[in-house]
Design a protein around this ligand. Structure first.
Ligand code: SAH
Length: 471
């Protein structure tokens, strides 16, 4: 270890930054964030720094550096592009015992700036000791993605209750276990879901139970998570984390194997998939299953294809959770329309083709599609996206034409969009049903109708294994 990581208390401390350019400005920013009283020393200033000086956020010494300038400062940063100035600053600071950093010259530094992940009061510093600042930044990016933005709020909550817990749970080893459970359990989930009051209430209950020597581990949490259309890269950070932390994952047929692979090995997986005309678990059984698992104290992820609130019956599932008082969150996902359209090179709206986009279900009930306003859907200047429309495709195209849609309106079917099995069958409202009937397509499939469909010829960029496009 070439440098010892420590955290400096800078609040109210006088800091000197030598240099007036962009690099200096970034260091000034960092020092200000930590509460330092910053003075910039330089013959000239960049625009940004000049603004900070004008607004009084930063002091200014308009001069060239001399060794006496470091007196009275607790910390010095040299950010000039002149080696001899940087060396003079480093030497002056060192001879007075003032910590000094020279940007990009580890050999002149008595301290270095790490890459910072700021979830204050939680702060993580990453350093390669100057060996590779870029590597440090890459590591930071990884950690940024893995740590919920709300960790800071969780740390604040822990701080607020720290003394209370100390009093209630006197034995250190037990107290540590208590915190370990709490910071990974439903209290944390509630904080991440932005439900701090409930988190505090839950923590109160846990403390009381623990004090009475009746540790109450019970009380789970359900995350209703959108898994997106297939490509795991399309998960949100929240979805990714929820999946990785789950004790149980209840998933649908639409959830891709690649996404399921992200579930921890020791987590239980329950298939609740729905196949057309073969419902593996009826909806009310899924609802009660979620409630039961949560009441057993599990962290449950209910994983659904696409977005849970778009043809996903997510509303029904959380209604039951609500009635039963089970805490939950909803993590939206990329819906099939967004995913398939993007990967097929079909913008859903376009100034020249479509001013609106409508998502409809083409699900057949006893051979019919009910509840659609065909007159409205048949009008030009819009995009129509049909979910669950494979069986009903001939019927849909017929109805559109019968209600005034031009038969030559471009239309396409996207099979298994965003996955490596993606295929696009492109035609018109008149020709598409015939083209689809001729090729063996595999579910899930999405139908897109409207002028925008023709743009795929220019804009298609993603190729599945089959090369992608058939017309
Ligand atoms: N909640 C999901 C939709 C569920 S309904 C979402 O937001 O995407 C199921 C229908 O979604 C399927 O019949 C199909 O029309 C569509 N679908 C889902 N994933 C798809 C994919 N990867 N490619 C094509 N269509 C898809």
């Amino acid at each position: 270890m070439n440098f010892l990581p420590v955290f400096l208390k800078l609040a109210g401390q006088a800091c000197l930054v030598v240099g007036g350019g962009e690099v200096a400005a970034r260091k000034v920013e960092t020092l200000l964030r930590a509460g330092g009283r910053v003075t910039v020393l330089s013959p000239g200033l960049s625009e940004g720094l000049a603004e900070k000086v004008a607004s009084g956020q930063v002091g200014y010494l308009p001069k060239r550096f001399e060794s006496g300038d470091v007196a009275d400062f607790h910390l010095v940063v040299s950010a000039t592009d002149r080696r001899e100035v940087n060396e003079a600053v480093a030497e002056a600071a060192k001879s007075r015992g003032v910590p000094v950093n020279v940007v990009d010259c580890p050999e002149l530094c008595s301290f270095i700036f790490p890459a910072i992940i700021d979830r204050s009061p939680l702060v993580i510093a990453v350093s390669t000791g100057g060996a590779s600042p870029v590597l440090a930044r890459l590591v930071r990016a990884r950690l940024e993605g893995a740590l919920p933005a709300a960790y800071g709020r969780l740390a604040e909550l822990a701080e607020k209750f720290r003394q209370r817990v100390k009093k209630a749970v006197r034995e250190p080893a037990r107290r540590r276990k208590f915190w370990e459970r709490t910071l990974q359990g439903p209290v944390a989930d509630l904080v991440f879901a932005g439900r701090e009051q409930e988190a505090e209430a839950r923590l109160e209950t846990l403390i009381r139970a623990e004090a009475k020597d009746r540790p109450e581990g019970k009380g789970g949490f359900v995350s209703l998570v959108g898994a997106g259309p297939g490509d795991p890269e399309l998960l949100t950070l929240g979805a990714f984390r929820a999946i990785q932390e789950a004790d149980v994952v209840v998933y649908d047929r639409l959830v891709s194997p690649e996404v399921l692979r992200l579930v921890r090995n020791d987590a239980a997986r329950i298939y609740a998939g729905k196949e057309r005309s073969r419902h593996t678990l009826p909806q009310d059984q899924i609802n009660t299953l979620l409630v039961r698992l949560a009441k057993e104290g599990k962290r449950v992820v209910r994983l659904k294809g696409g977005d849970p609130f778009i043809f996903g019956r997510g509303g029904e599932e959380i209604e039951t959770l609500m009635e039963e008082g089970v805490p939950f969150q909803v993590v939206p996902g990329i819906t099939a329309a967004s995913g398939c359209a993007a990967y097929a090179g079909i913008p859903l709206t376009h100034r020249d083709h479509a001013q609106s986009v409508t998502f409809v279900t083409g699900h057949l009930k006893e051979g019919e599609i009910t509840g659609l306003d065909w007159d409205r859907l048949a009008r030009p200047g819009q995009t129509l996206v049909i979910y669950m429309g494979l069986q009903g495709l001939p019927h849909i195209c017929e109805a559109l034409i019968a209600h005034g849609c031009a038969p030559e309106t471009p239309a396409a079917l996207v099979q298994q969009g965003t996955t490596r099995h993606q295929r696009l069958i492109a035609g018109t409202v008149r020709s598409l049903p015939g083209l689809v009937a001729k090729s063996a397509v595999s579910a899930p499939t999405l139908v897109i109708v409207g002028g925008v469909v023709s743009l795929h010829r220019k804009l298609a960029w993603f190729k599945g294994e089959s090369g992608g496009i058939e017309a």
